[in-house]
Write a protein that binds this ligand. Structure first.
Ligand code: NAP
Ligand code: MG
Length: 441
């Protein structure tokens, strides 16, 4: 508790210090930060792999994306324009003018998940700092070191220590101390829906701004006109990314009944070839899960789904923190996995359908609504599905585990509140102020 209070009191000072610097000076510091990240790319990527078991090639991609994210927010920060409004068009106000400016929110607490520890750090810290806030990062307990390494680089570049801090410890204990304080102005979380709801409750007392990026149970819908080999690769890319631990992974595969058997058999054959092993090796496609505990959870979820009537077509075995890529067939819409059971591991759940309407109904029966994908060459069907599935994003022609740093990424329904991405988030970390000029015209 003392550490949290100390961090918050320091952040209040750190925010004043930071915002006192003109934007161009803050940007110079952040540009230096980007250069340092580029110089330490390999060290950061290896830190991610060691902590969360992400295959190294994917960890390198993650580090590369944080440079692009920082760069994009720097550019966006220079055009954070307010508006001027024609008050003089209102009767009796002919001599007045009105304009708006964006001000930082103040102190933001950024709570990160284990699965993309540095990309989530960047998606939160970059807009916070560019908008002039101080930020206290609380990394996941499984992945604190990469966050500390990255924050050290920011400090080396000149971001004041009080402006950007990292505090480690259990979220369920620290959360209340970090949030239940009126000096904190906003909380941004990427994590599970359950924790998101707890945070909203905690933030209610001081009415802090709350931004939530939460769980998902996204679909990848595969029509029978799409090339089977490409569909298999899209399904694997969408589900095996980060060994199945992605919020927007393709967790429910809706496959047209005409091709369901062939699709399932080909997928199993493909997964038998997947290289599983040490994530530090360059060509490993499937690494361990973040912990043995996480793998045990997946094991239980798979067993529960089989007990509910699913057929185990492949996999289903665990060895320590490793979970074999697994294919579950004969999933019915009434099973938990077809609705809100989010499995954070390399598990392919195959649901058959006959009509597009039926598939859309299955997609929408989940309480989640993050992303999704549709594979077909019939553009009319593609748009119908993209429009009708209630999610924050839909990908036509690919799996939905696809994220652009610019898109307003974020869930509909219980997948989140607010959106994250260069096109939107900067404004979310500000408050708007209106200034009137009386009798100037
Ligand atoms: P999690 O268990 O919700 O944890 C996320 C963060 O919240 C961790 O730093 C955790 O700390 C902290 N936390 C836990 N309880 C808390 C509390 N009561 N108050 C404040 N903070 C608390 O999620 P995870 O297991 O790391 O990540 C997996 C989940 O994140 C999945 O549901 C996934 O879909 C979602 N996710 C969403 C997105 C998105 O952008 N929408 C992206 C990635 C992941 P500890 O580690 O110390 O418990
Ligand atoms: Mg957790």
């Amino acid at each position: 508790m003392e550490d949290a209070k100390f961090a918050i009191a320091s952040a209040v000072e750190g925010q004043k210090e930071w915002v006192a610097l003109p934007l161009y000076q803050r940007n110079e510091i952040l540009r230096h930060f980007i250069a340092l990240v580029q110089d330490h790319q390999e060290e950061l990527a290896q830190a991610i792999t060691r902590e969360c078991g992400k295959p190294l090639a994917q960890a390198r991609g993650e580090v590369d994306s944080i440079c692009q994210t920082l760069d994009g927010y720097l550019a966006a920060g220079t055009t954070l324009y307010g508006k001027s409004m024609p008050v003089f068009s209102e009767k009796g106000r002919e001599h007045d003018m009105i304009f708006t400016i964006y001000e930082p929110l103040g102190v933001i607490v950024a709570i990160c998940p284990f699965n993309f520890p540095l990309s989530m750090f960047a998606h939160k810290v970059a807009p916070c700092l560019v908008a002039g806030n101080a930020v206290i990062v609380k990394p996941a307990s499984d992945t604190p070191l990469s966050a500390i390494l990255l924050a050290n680089l920011a400090h080396q570049a000149g971001v004041p220590g009080k402006t950007l801090q990292v505090i480690t410890g259990s979220g369920s204990e620290l959360g209340q101390w970090l949030i239940n304080d009126k000096a904190v102005n906003g909380v941004t979380l990427t994590g599970s829906t359950e924790v998101g709801k707890d945070i909203m409750r905690m933030a209610a007392d001081h009415l802090q701004h709350v931004f939530l990026e939460l769980g998902g149970n996204d679909i990848l819908m595969i029509m029978d006109d799409f090339e089977l080999d490409k569909a298999i690769e899209e399904a694997c890319a969408g589900r095996l990314r980060n060994t199945g631990q992605a919020c927007n992974g393709s967790k429910r595969l809706l496959v047209h009944n005409r091709i369901r058997k062939e699709f399932t058999d080909t997928l199993v054959a493909r997964l038998k070839e997947a290289k599983i092993g040490d994530p530090m090796q360059e060509d490993v496609e499937v690494g361990p899960l973040v912990s043995e505990k996480a793998a045990i959870t997946v094991e239980h979820q798979v067993l529960r789904t089989i007990q509910q009537g699913a057929t185990l077509c492949y996999g289903g075995t665990r060895n320590g923190a490793f979970f074999t890529p697994t294919v579950l067939g004969d999933i019915r819409p009434d099973m938990d996995i077809a609705k809100d059971l989010e499995i954070f591991g390399p598990v392919f759940a195959i649901l058959g359908f006959d009509t597009v309407e039926e598939a859309i109904a299955i997609a929408n029966q989940s309480s989640y609504g993050l992303s999704g994908g549709i594979l077909t060459h019939d553009m009319k069907v593609a748009f119908q599905v993209a429009k009708s599935v209630d999610t924050g994003a839909m990908v036509i022609g690919g799996h939905g585990s696809y994220r652009s740093i610019y898109q307003p990424f974020g869930g509909h329904k219980q997948s989140g509140l607010g959106v994250e991405g260069i096109s939107e988030t900067l404004k979310e970390f500000t408050k708007i102020k209106t200034i009137f000029l009386r009798d100037v015209l």
